[in-house]
Design a binder for this molecule. Structure first.
Ligand SMILES: NC(=O)c1ccc[n+]([C@@H]2O[C@H](COP(=O)([O-])OP(=O)(O)OC[C@H]3O[C@@H](n4cnc5c(N)ncnc54)[C@H](OP(=O)(O)O)[C@@H]3O)[C@@H](O)[C@H]2O)c1
Length: 346
């Protein structure tokens, strides 16, 4: 079978990671990445030998790359003309302007969580709705927070048959490479109540009843979720069996915080850096074993999300769903993760 030709439109925090993850797979290839203008990120594309394109088709903007000594292969239209699928990794709420370009070019498209569900009418998380996405024209990989919630809640829902969830998202203020966002000296509640994060889970698993509150705090490395989930009566679960359920779930890491001296996000990210993936990424959701407790039918737990990377492997599985090449989500996830592990161990 020919490799799936993947274009990455927007080569920033998410785009550069998705490009590497695609490059790691044996059933797909990166046919090009885009930047708005020459900048330091272009060097990375050159080093990786990813063909570089401009997000615009304007001649002046395309030629600005060569003026900075970068070889630019053309504009977005040129890139779309050689792609089977495009991963839109442009900044949130910008991607919607690109939809008609993808449709006109006849390529499949995947947006990120910064866009609204309504843009595509279809969203994606591997464990929740891979099948629903099979052979679709386009989809949206849900945000880092929603992906994190789905990773631990979907297996619980599959076991229990119903879940009623309230959660608080304690969100990093900015990504490490971001100098524009804040707060740096405050805790900022999201005053739109409930926040969109919890309800967004229902775009991939409508059966889970969920609401959320969110605050932004002055940290850059991870989000933390404080989750309260009401299980149905006669669920037959214990704290230990729930922890075992998560231990058997792909892309969830469960560890004892006290026993491993992993009691904060700083130590969790230091452990992630030890794994050795580029940028110190942690694709898995981290659950503190000693922070989980079932009291009656109510489950309390904490989890931490590496916001820059948990959605990366989901984009790969979403490509396979849209291209209709792998109908079983677990097979796709296993293939994606094994390829990424090999890539970073070379
Ligand atoms: N960062 C996270 O933690 C995170 C987590 C999950 C999901 N997301 C979502 O992923 C998406 C990308 O976020 P990001 O953090 O990667 O943003 P980012 O770091 O700001 O990168 C955005 C990239 O898109 C390019 N771009 C700008 N305008 C564009 C346009 N009109 N068309 C195509 N590309 C354009 C930028 O080009 P230049 O480099 O030339 O400026 C940049 O390379 C957003 O929807 C966001 O909500 C982000």
């Amino acid at each position: 079978m020919n490799a799936i030709k993947v274009a990455i439109n927007g080569y920033g925090t998410i785009g550069k990671r998705v490009a590497d993850a695609v490059d790691a797979q044996d059933d797909m290839e990166v046919v090009g990445v885009t930047k708005t203008a020459p900048s330091f990120g272009c060097n990375l594309a050159v080093k990786k030998e990813f063909p570089l394109y401009c997000t615009s088709d304007e001649t002046k903007r395309i030629s600005s790359f060569s003026e900075s000594h970068f070889e630019c292969c053309g504009g977005l239209s040129n890139l779309l003309s050689i792609a089977d699928v495009v991963i839109d990794c442009s900044p949130g709420n910008v991607g919607s302007d690109n939809l008609s370009k993808y449709q006109d070019a006849g390529v499949k498209y995947i947006f990120q969580g910064g866009e609204k569900h309504e843009l595509t009418g279809l969203s994606y998380t591997s464990s929740a709705n891979h099948t629903e996405n099979l052979n679709a024209e386009g989809s949206r990989v849900v945000s880092c927070n929603t992906t994190g919630l789905a990773r631990t809640l979907v297996p619980l829902y599959e076991y229990c048959g119903s879940l009623n969830v309230e959660c608080t998202m304690i969100r990093r203020a900015a990504d490490p490479g971001d100098s524009k966002k804040g707060p740096i000296n405050a805790i900022k509640p999201v005053l739109k109540v409930p926040s969109h994060h919890g309800p967004d889970v229902m775009t991939v698993k409508p059966e889970i009843v969920i609401n959320s509150l969110a605050v932004a705090v002055p940290t850059t490395i991870m989000h933390v979720h404080a989750i309260v989930a009401d299980l149905p009566e006669n669920h037959g679960l214990t704290t230990e069996s729930i922890v075992d359920l998560w231990k058997g779930t792909p892309r969830v890491v469960v560890m004892h915080g006290g026993g491993n001296r992993l009691t904060t996000t700083a130590e969790v990210m230091e452990m992630a850096r030890d794994i050795g993936r580029k940028w110190g990424d942690l694709h898995e959701i981290f659950v503190w074993e000693d922070g989980a407790k079932l009291v009656g039918d109510r489950l309390y737990y904490f989890q931490a999300i590496h916001q820059e990377s948990d959605v990366i492997p989901e984009n790969i599985d979403c490509i396979r769903a849209l291209m209709g090449v792998e109908s079983d989500w677990r097979s796709s996830v296993a293939k994606t993760d094994a390829a990424i592990s090999r890539y970073y161990s070379l």
